[in-house]
Design a protein around this ligand. Structure first.
Ligand code: SUG
Length: 428
């Protein structure tokens, strides 16, 4: 089933429990903003505005839903409840981190796999406890959204201790979405070994396993190591320092341990256009602070590509003038769309983190997971009515807030006809 393949971006809707708990070592924004008050309603509406822009640009848009929080069933497996858990465990059980859908799964489109189906492997996210809670809730949604087994295969996560963080460490190069691609899996740790102050969350063994599970042609797979310098500077996922679309790679000079080998490998397999930003123009630190590479690089229906970037990239004069020159240079990237995502950004999640790309025929996807402007209005109305306006760190101990968060999610699931997800996270 390879007719009508399009890239569909499935954005994680920011959940009603969004808060700043500083749970991700190595994610500098999240660590810096730990303990601040969070604004879940504003955060979720910022995400909706990004999706609205994509719909207006003529792009296919999907959604993934917030997970069941607080994760009482997960706590029960640890012999705790929200009432008995200490503050650290409670924060893990309350995180809205499933919003960053780029970490939900790795996706290999149908033209790349030996059985001609689109393969998705849920990520185990084992490195950070709050993220390791996600896989069951994610898998339940993937199995529903991509239930058509003539078009999709959904795999459970790679077993631990092989850390897998999903599409955030995966890039696909192709002439057009429906042509066979070259898939690049970027990893930070090899055989568990990693030197540096922060964890390397993606393990080579997990990347290789996903490539095998997806039935990819080994000749069209590249495993590339992320540079230790990038991880140490705060690039906890490759999508903080590189993004690909079609034949284009847009990356920082210091993103990869051996960039020449990666570029040669890409060139040997097919034509690729590499746009490398030199450290002399934009330092790794400035690239990470502005999240310039955590952009969605998309094909515009009228031709050319656009970068959907965080406003933080526009607000850095050095980054912005470099981007303006890029757009003026007559290359493949023709337009820049800054989007305001400050709440997600403050936890280290930019435009690209919030979405999972799936190349598929939209007719094969459960329509409840696809959105147009009208459905976005419906979702926004539920958020306006039910999402908490503000969450301070101390509020995580309040049973009233837990109830409010559960009720908010239930209202959204009901509005979207997805009530069956309510009890999908069966940790027992
Ligand atoms: O895993 N932040 C997420 C951000 C994920 C961004 N995703 C991509 N780069 N694709 C993370 O570090 C912070 C939550 C907290 O600290 O409360 C957090 O989990």
């Amino acid at each position: 089933m390879t007719g009508q393949l399009h890239e569909i971006n499935f954005d994680g809707i920011v959940g009603p429990s969004h808060n700043f708990a500083g749970l991700s070592l190595g994610n500098l924004a999240a660590t810096r903003n730990a303990g601040r008050d969070a604004f879940p309603r504003e955060a979720a509406l910022q995400g909706i505005a990004k999706m609205r822009l994509c719909v207006e640009l003529g792009l296919a848009q999907g959604i993934l839903l917030p997970h069941d929080r607080p994760a009482e069933r997960w706590l029960a497996r640890l012999g705790a409840t929200m009432l008995t858990a200490d503050a650290g465990l409670r924060a893990n059980a309350f995180s809205a981190s499933a919003m960053w859908a780029a970490n939900a799964a790795t996706v290999s489109p149908a033209p790349d796999s030996s059985d001609g189906r689109c393969h998705l492997t849920g990520a185990n996210l084992m490195t950070m406890p709050h993220r390791a809670v996600e896989w069951l809730g994610t898998l339940a949604q993937l199995r529903l959204a991509f239930a058509d087994n003539r078009a999709f295969v959904v795999h459970g996560p790679v077993p631990v201790p092989f850390g897998d963080e999903g599409a955030a460490n995966h890039m696909r190069f192709c002439a057009t979405p429906d042509a066979p691609g070259v898939e690049v899996f970027v990893y930070g740790a090899d055989g568990g070994a990693h030197e540096g102050p922060f964890p390397a969350r993606q393990h080579r063994e997990a990347s290789a396993a996903v490539a095998r599970l997806h039935g990819l042609d080994p000749e069209r797979v590249i495993l590339a190591r992320q540079s230790n310098a990038a991880i140490a500077a705060g690039a906890f996922h490759n999508d903080v320092v590189a993004v690909a679309n079609g034949p284009v790679l847009f990356a920082h000079e210091q993103a990869f341990a051996d960039p020449a080998a990666l570029y040669d490998g890409l060139r040997a397999r097919r034509a690729v256009e590499i746009i490398e930003v030199p450290a002399s123009a934009i330092s790794l630190e400035d690239a990470i602070a502005s999240y310039l590479f955590n952009a969605q690089l998309v094909d515009l229906p009228g031709g050319g590509m656009a970068l959907i970037l965080p406003t933080e990239a526009r607000d850095d004069p050095c980054v912005w003038s470099w981007l303006e020159q890029l757009v003026a240079s007559n290359g493949p990237i023709r337009a820049l769309y800054p989007v305001e995502l400050r709440q997600s950004m403050a936890n280290g999640g930019g435009p690209a983190c919030l979405r999972l790309r799936v190349v598929a025929d939209p007719a094969t996807v459960d329509p409840r997971f696809l959105v147009d402007a009208a459905r976005l209005d419906t979702i926004a109305a539920v958020i306006e009515q039910h999402w908490p306006r503000r969450i301070a760190p101390a509020d995580l101990a309040l049973p009233e807030l837990w109830q409010e968060v559960r009720a908010a999610r239930r209202a959204l699931l009901e509005a979207l006809g997805l009530g069956e997800l309510e009890t999908a996270e069966l940790w027992a």
